[in-house]
Design a protein around this ligand. Sequence first.
Ligand code: FHN
Length: 608
Amino acid sequence: MKFPYPIRGLFALVAAATLAAGAAPRATAESVAERDARMAWFREARFGMFIHWGLYAIPAGQWNGFQSKNNAEWIQSQAKVPAAEYAKLKEKFNPVKYNAEAWVKLAKDAGMKYIVITTKHHDGFCLWDSAETDFDIASTPYGKDLLKPLAEACQRHGIRLCFYHSIMDWHHPDWGDKQPWRGNAENPAPDMDRYTNYMKAQLKELMTNYGPIGIAWFDGEWENAWTHERGKDLYQHLRQNYPQLIINNRVDKGRQGMAGMTKEGEFKGDYGTPEQEIPDDGLPGVDWESCMTMNNTWGYSAHDQTWKSTETIVRNLIDIASKGGNYLLNVGPTAEGEIPAPSVKSLQELGEWIKTNAEAIHGTLATPFPRAFPWGRCTRRTLPDGNTRLYLHVFDWPADKRLELTGVSNDVLRAAPLADPSKVVATTRENGKLVLSLPDVSPSPHATVITLDLAGAPNIQPIAIRPGVDGVLVLNAEDAKLDGTTLRLETRGKESNIGHWSNPAETIAFPVYFEKSGPHAVVLRWSCPADSVGSAVEVRLLDKDKQTVSSLPWKVAATGGWQTYKTEPIGVLAVPAPGTYTLKLVALDKKGQGVLNFATARLQPAED
Ligand code: FHN
């Protein structure tokens, strides 16, 4: 039953007053153990299905001759469709071919452990029968709640049901940011408190009527109408009322664009949400999930046939798992309720691969190696006896059937193809490297997994970087060991660099080997804009006992911007004796947004 909007607003105001008067205590601080327990299923899952479905599936990316290039779910905005005209779509929405059981089975057989469905996208249309609005499924020819059968199918198959919910709402008159084509354009005084209560009332319907919900997946947080204060309040509100719910970082204002991680500060959200991209490196101690499409649109598009190959999808899953993240892979069902055939085909092919290799994905941890291999990736798990199983995902099967791993100090217990453990993979040590001789197996077209069991916890020694034949020791961004959760390798700009040095407590380090003792000239290549110059940095040399044996202080100078690099000598570093050290860049303070971006450092004996 829906009341005309003003009366419902009155209920919302009364509800708000009641809450304020007798406000329950805010959610108390959560211990690390409690958070680990709450995040456990998410970390184990590694893989979920994203479903973007709504009225936008009817135009399917086209409107009066306009054709969307991507993101067909934005057709109202892209074609500037007036709200009243767009709202008429609900009179046509009749997904008679919808089969929740088939959707959930498809996800489960592909190895997906959770499903995130758009309960309401930016257009404001609700896939369930909401008491708060008439712009919902109950006002369509179909009439029936779309979420209920999905919830029941998820229960049957042990799949976690999760809800995407757009904060931004183009239809609701109280959403504070306006565009001429939106439903709120005529409202002279949009009331964001009233809108927030509307959203909380709908979230209560969603959190209480469909069984336990795994994740509240917020989106559309970027417009000015939504504030950090409202984000904090909504996060606390949900954590207090639904203590096991996981909430992504788009509930608040801390998401750093499509890279998706949460910036420094008190921004709320339980995990980062990279979108259409995969971080270059894992982020120890940070939970994150890369959401990606199978073509170039989240909502169904009749003309977007740019489907990713199954190989790409399998290798994305492996790459993400090897970095300790989750892969949220999207399908965009048609207005009739069918998942597009190319999506179904890829998920079924992925399902064939996962039948043999699920153990190498679900419940695994990030690679213990500093970074990816040229031939593939690595995931790992701790075995019940405390030993370690590495899963070597071989993308490119070596013609010589040899895999080389450097830095593995553990004793090797056994190696074998995951698909056929009866076949033994021989291992030998050659010049400090662990060499695996691969057996005669027909490699998978997507990735072939070799298990490598090691004694105890992983003990991977970083490979010390040595001077070249010219005697110069070159330190590149890709070789850095980053200690921190905001520092990160960036390879998409003009040159690879270590960026986001926003926390001066974090450090950049390199394992190095010096062939000569004595003073070494240090030439640094870095970037830093004028507004962030002056941070005090030290280049420190630490011995194997992690004691500082020499240090070179330096004040960060301007280069003209974060994308503008300079290469200059910054001083001389003493090397007490030939041998292996750790060279570490340490910030003593931070003057601006970041300390500096690091590209390379070159060290050579000063007498040369
Ligand atoms: O604008 C939305 C978009 O339509 C889609 O829902 C993606 C999925 O994460 N999120 C926003 C774009 O960042």
